[in-house]
Design a protein around this ligand. Structure first.
Ligand SMILES: CCCCCCC[C@@H](O)CC(=O)SCCNC(=O)CCNC(=O)[C@H](O)C(C)(C)COP(=O)(O)OP(=O)(O)OC[C@H]1O[C@@H](n2cnc3c(N)ncnc32)[C@H](O)[C@@H]1OP(=O)(O)O
Length: 292
């Protein structure tokens, strides 16, 4: 493997502050609505329901400001409009509180030189006030036009976070289809990702798109909801964002159960194109389920 670029070695020394995220049940409902929960899903949209809870992929929300605070402007020709979410891994370490204060600490893990792009991976640990680890997130952003700095091309093996999750050669065990709304990104952004790429046509145009695109974490949340509805609770989930989704398109999640893993892919129905690939969730076993 090639040596780490000195630029990356220096970037890893930049101090990164821990960031607080304070939230109420209202934020949980807003997130659940943002990934397609409806008034029929009272456990996700009515705080008075006995089973009221956050959908599992809420775990990407408290860490988002911390992950986004990692400086990237040291990359060659850095342009925020050229940044796309490349991959996400979420590990859920403890039951998800429906309100409270969490603290997230981000660190820069690795920066790969893909020639035409840089692939930047950060890791964030999110803890409650007592210090208990609640979530671990690994996020990779793919920054077009910022490659060629002479760094390593391949990354470290991070287990489930980097697993290929090849799709079995049989029909899926379950399929869920859900049409997103043309306002999906306008709603989802209220959970914290205000990147103009998802709302402002002029900004999307600089990024090379003829209209705003949907947040990757919104598509992941919708498919993560499909996995939860078909197979139950999971302790981690990983996706690669393989193609863009436009608000209003229909997502089709195809799922295969392989032991404790649910491997899945997500397609946009209208364009028959894969948008989430190398994706899987690890189901909680029954003993762990009793605790979560
Ligand atoms: C949580 C906090 C942090 C997150 C902040 C996120 C902010 C958000 O607001 C931003 C978003 O939500 S953007 C929306 C979601 N993302 C997308 O829509 C991206 C969709 N994917 C693409 O367009 C292409 O796959 C594309 C462009 C990504 C790659 O396509 P190509 O350029 O054709 O790449 P290709 O030639 O196939 O491969 C080149 C090398 O790159 C690796 N690679 C490919 N796709 C990758 C991906 N998605 N993530 C990471 N690496 C990826 C390939 O493996 C290849 O590497 P190598 O040459 O070494 O084999």
């Amino acid at each position: 493997m090639a040596q780490e670029s000195p630029l990356v070695t220096e970037a890893k020394k930049i101090p990164i502050e821990a960031l607080k995220y304070t939230y109420t049940e209202r934020d949980v409902i807003l997130y659940n609505l943002g990934i397609g929960a409806t008034e029929k899903d009272l456990q996700w949209t009515y705080e008075g329901d006995d089973e009221f809870s956050a959908l599992p992929t809420f775990g990407v929300i408290p860490q988002f400001p911390a992950s986004g605070s990692i400086p990237l402007d040291w990359l060659p020709d850095f342009n925020p409009a050229k940044l796309l979410h490349g991959e996400q891994f979420l590990s859920i370490k403890a039951p998800i509180p429906t309100s409270g204060e969490l603290v997230s600490q981000a660190r820069l893990l690795e920066v790969l030189d893909k020639g035409k792009a840089a692939a930047v991976t950060s890791v964030v640990e999110t803890r409650d006030k007592s210090g208990t680890l609640i979530f671990e997130n690994h996020s990779t952003v793919f920054i077009r036009g910022s490659g060629g700095f002479g760094g390593q091309r391949s990354g470290s093996d991070r287990g489930a976070a980097t697993a290929e999750n090849a799709v079995p050669k049989r029909s899926p065990d379950a399929v869920s289809e859900e049409k997103t709304s043309p306002s999906q990104a306008a709603l989802y952004r209220l959970s914290g990702d205000e990147n103009p790429l998802h709302i402002l046509p002029e900004f999307a145009a600089i990024g090379g798109f003829n209209k705003p695109i949907l947040h990757g974490l919104c598509s992941m949340g919708i498919s993560g909801k499909h996995v939860f509805q078909k197979f139950g609770a999971y302790k981690d989930i990983k996706v690669r964002f393989a193609g863009v989704v436009y608000p209003g398109e229909t997502l089709v999640t195809e799922m295969w159960k392989e032991g404790q893993k649910v491997i899945f892919t997500t397609k946009v129905k209208e364009r028959d194109t894969i948008v989430l690939a190398s994706a899987a969730a690890t189901l909680v076993d029954n003993a762990a389920k009793a605790k979560l």
